[in-house]
Design a binder for this molecule. Structure first.
Ligand SMILES: [Zn+2]
Length: 113
């Protein structure tokens, strides 16, 4: 089982959906669903705070509270995702192994396992 293109050795490969078979989807843990957008929001809040500091007014109290709240959410869901990670890996591996048809995004080579 290799996750590389047999032609150009690129790792940028993707499974080709055959349509006929209802392939098993990887089970995405809820913690990851929460973690990803909250990281994005945290980055946004930090950027806003930083720009407010730079322009001399300092970050507002509401903004500081919001940043702390979002940070706690990120930390909490990050911790939960850390615990979900072994299951998520197994589910991803099962998904990868269930895929028979692959396509390379670099050279558009298609092959079957
Ligand atoms: Zn290739």
């Amino acid at each position: 089982m290799q996750y590389r293109c047999p032609k150009c050795q690129s790792v940028k490969i993707m499974p080709v959906n055959q349509g006929t078979t209802t392939s098993t989807r990887p089970v995405v843990p809820k913690s990851l669903v929460i973690l990803l957008p909250s990281i994005f929001i945290l980055l946004l809040l930090v950027l806003i705070s930083l720009s407010m500091w730079i322009f001399g007014h300092g970050a507002g109290t509401n903004l500081q509270i919001a940043t702390v709240v979002v940070f706690v959410v990120v930390a909490g869901s990050g911790l939960m995702f850390w615990r979900d990670l072994p299951d998520f890996k197994l589910s991803m591996q099962a998904f990868m192994q269930s895929q028979k048809y692959w396509k390379c995004r670099e050279c558009h080579h298609e092959w079957q396992i």
